[in-house]
Design a protein around this ligand. Structure first.
Ligand SMILES: Nc1ncnc2c1ncn2[C@@H]1O[C@H](COP(=O)(O)OP(=O)(O)OP(=O)(O)O)[C@@H](O)[C@H]1O
Ligand SMILES: [Zn+2]
Length: 660
């Protein structure tokens, strides 16, 4: 009797068997309706075999097999198997999270056809610079798997390298997957790709697409009708029958790491996928992740370098460090920065003031009794948002009206402390009443549509001064922007997270890289109380390789990734004692001693110990050997699942944890 082995979207590390009289292996990869509990579920047929480990009499018959899609291919299953094994995530969850919502419904809606693209003549490609040409020619699509890191300074024209490689892959009849960070996937980029390849099917896949559009695009990609798939991290799991090239832009970007549900790195999954398919992958960045940089140094990845800006008239901006200990600041802004902005205004150029803290002020406080605006649910302060007079927790999202007086002592004279983008914007408006000031952060840009409108205004020269957070740091090309001022970066210099310096350096080099991208010369002013810090010295010298070497040496000495491999077990419960007790039990499991080369640290509360009324702890497992860690994790996971815990306790394992 044929038995279907079915993957279901359940947090269980197993498949489910159903009998199906007429089924054959031709049905592998199709969706099927199956009875489950008292209801019905939609699953995917992973295998069809003769018989089962269970007594056949106990198996229920499968329901209808859906045939509106061709079967999901074997390479897609292998990709999901890899992600499941590597990230300790149930196979069924991995597989079903890869499908658009509409395809997971028991009754799929009827399919609509993709609109045909209108044909216009392609936008001409610029002549490649010498370095761009070397990079393009270094990648041989016929040579099988090879991973290349494209380290190109800001404005060096990495996009043009991608476009040429895409052109080549298309000519060979292949599909291309271009992954970009969340915030970079703007209609502008899509428009640029479409303009270059007007006769090619281009689809985008990202989390903000409406369900129907995502399904339509996914189907076009899976059917091979779309040859270029432009997507954010979730797109890495799209089955693509003719995939011949993967490109990851801004490969260092944290948004490639999923931080909830299945905690995976789309970049790492992409490298596996390229390897599995025997195709090239290109990782591009002006500030590569240290993992990728180390891989390039050890020659596991090829290294391609663009040292110069692509526009022959442009050069890298001059970066200056301003020692604010010797300056009188007004609202945190130095006279030099004010003068710089004035000059730009007079010349009709744009300035950008970077402050990576949104809101009006990070906290509201009472000087009389010492009250401060704490979130009652999190170990964090409530941020003051004066624009709509709210106190808001940036971690759990809860909010209140701003009190008129101190809730503890009744003092009416309570003050905002510190500075966020709203306060800076207000002050700049007073200083430069004639200037058009645009604030760009998560509060002023809430949707992709708003982001698009904002970018169009900036490009159209409708802003003189931009005030913004990291949203403004990435990948944008604003030709009239010639001054970047950086405020408040010092707070990240001494953060507890050992990845903080890498992130800060990347962020500042990226934001600095927005200045002077065209003919107009750019200047960057960094205000700091630590002008001699090596991180700032490296920025002044535009020395990514030097700074990366320093950080990698520190990591090697401290035994941190990429020189060690880690997995983090986290537990959360209403009481910290329960979380820690659970982690202690996990740290004492006999399975640990049965594995070699595994180091288990002590359980500790997370840095942000309380989030939305849950108290969180973490336990780090580490090894100098990736295979040793990978062999250990499934055994550990199973043993952990057997620990008796309070019903409200939740736990998960994150492989290659990102935040500490
Ligand atoms: N070969 C070329 N000749 C002339 N201009 C070019 C060439 N290649 C790219 N450009 C221009 O150089 C500018 C920078 O290119 P692009 O935005 O691709 O840089 P990037 O390397 O992605 O930078 P970043 O890392 O800062 O995002 C763009 O305006 C682009 O049109
Ligand atoms: Zn909160």
């Amino acid at each position: 009797m044929p038995v279907l082995r079915v993957a279901l979207d359940l947090p269980l590390h197993r498949l489910f068997d159903y009998v199906a009289e007429a089924a054959s292996t031709a049905e592998i990869g199709l969706r099927v309706r199956v009875p489950f509990g008292r209801g019905e579920r939609l699953g995917v047929i992973v295998d069809v075999q003769d018989g089962s480990d269970w007594p056949l009499a106990q198996l229920k018959p499968a329901g209808e097999i859906l045939r509106d899609l061709p079967p999901l291919p074997a390479d897609f299953f292998r990709l999901c198997e890899f992600a499941s094994a590597y990230y300790q995530a149930p196979f069924g969850e991995v597989l079903l999270q890869a499908l658009p919502v509409g395809l997971k419904r028991l009754d799929p809606p009827t399919r609509r056809n993709t609109r045909a693209a209108k044909s216009t003549p392609p936008v001409a490609a610029p002549e490649l610079t010498e370095e761009q040409a070397v990079a393009v020619n270094a990648i041989d699509p016929a040579a099988g798997f090879a991973a290349h890191l494209l380290h190109g300074v800001t404005g060096s024209g990495k996009t043009e390298v991608y476009l040429r490689l895409i052109e080549r892959a298309l000519a060979a009849g292949q599909q291309v997957l271009l992954l970009v960070p969340e915030i970079n996937l703007t209609p502008q980029l899509e428009g640029r790709v479409r303009a270059r390849f007007p006769d090619t099917g281009v689809v985008s896949l990202h989390s903000e697409l409406a369900e129907a559009a995502r399904e339509r695009n996914w189907r076009a990609a899976f059917a091979g009708e779309a040859s270029i798939v432009l997507g954010t991290r979730l797109a890495i799991f799209t089955p693509l029958p003719r995939l011949g090239l993967i490109v990851i832009d801004e490969e260092h970007d944290p948004s490639f790491k999923q931080q909830d549900g299945m905690r995976y790195s789309a970049r790492d999954v992409a490298v596996f996928r390229a390897h599995q398919l025997g195709i090239p992958i290109l990782l591009g960045s002006a500030t590569p992740s240290l993992e990728s940089w180390a891989n390039a140094q050890s020659k596991r990845y090829g290294l391609l370098t663009l040292h110069e800006r692509a526009n022959p008239e442009a050069s890298l901006p001059a970066v200056h460090v301003l020692d604010t200990r010797k300056m009188a600041l007004q609202e945190g802004v130095s006279a030099a920065l004010v003068a710089g902005i004035k000059e730009r205004l007079a010349r009709g150029e744009q300035s950008l003031v970077f402050l990576n803290r949104r809101g009006y002020a990070p906290v509201l406080a009472c000087p009389a009794c010492g009250w401060i605006s704490r979130c009652t649910r999190c170990a964090a302060n409530m941020v003051l948002h004066l624009a709509d007079r709210r106190l808001r927790c940036h971690h759990c999202g809860c909010e209140h009206r701003v009190p008129k007086a101190c809730p503890t002592c009744g003092n009416q004279d309570i003050h905002p402390f510190g500075r966020g983008t709203q306060r800076l914007e207000d002050w700049l408006k007073e200083q430069f009443p004639e200037a058009r000031i645009l604030r760009v952060d998560r509060d002023s840009v809430k949707s992709r549509k708003q982001w698009e409108v904002m970018l169009e205004r900036i490009h159209g020269g409708e802003a003189d001064i931009l005030v913004g957070t990291q949203m403004l740091a990435k990948g944008h090309d604003f030709p009239k922007l010639t001054l970047v001022g950086v405020l408040g970066a010092d707070s990240a210099l001494f953060a507890a997270d050992w990845r903080a310096p890498e992130r800060l350096f990347a962020q500042l080099m990226q934001v600095a890289g927005r200045a002077g991208r065209a003919e107009l010369k750019g200047e960057v002013l960094i205000q700091t109380e630590y002008p001699d810090h090596p991180l700032y010295a490296a920025l002044v010298a535009h020395d990514y390789p030097g700074f990366a070497a320093t950080l990698l040496k520190e990591r090697e000495q401290a035994g941190f990734p990429p020189y060690a491999f880690q997995a983090m077990l986290r537990a959360e419960a209403p009481e910290m004692a329960d979380s820690i007790a659970f982690l202690q039990a996990a740290a004492a499991l006999p399975v640990i001693a049965e594995h070699e080369n595994i180091l288990i640290y002590d359980p500790i509360p997370m840095k942000m110990a309380r989030l939305a009324n849950l108290e969180r702890g973490q336990l780090l497992a580490e090894s100098y050997s990736r295979p040793a860690l990978q062999a250990f994790l499934p055994c550990w996971r199973e043993a952990i699942a057997g620990i008796k815990a309070p019903s409200k306790l939740r736990w998960h394992i994150e492989v290659d944890p990102f935040e500490f």
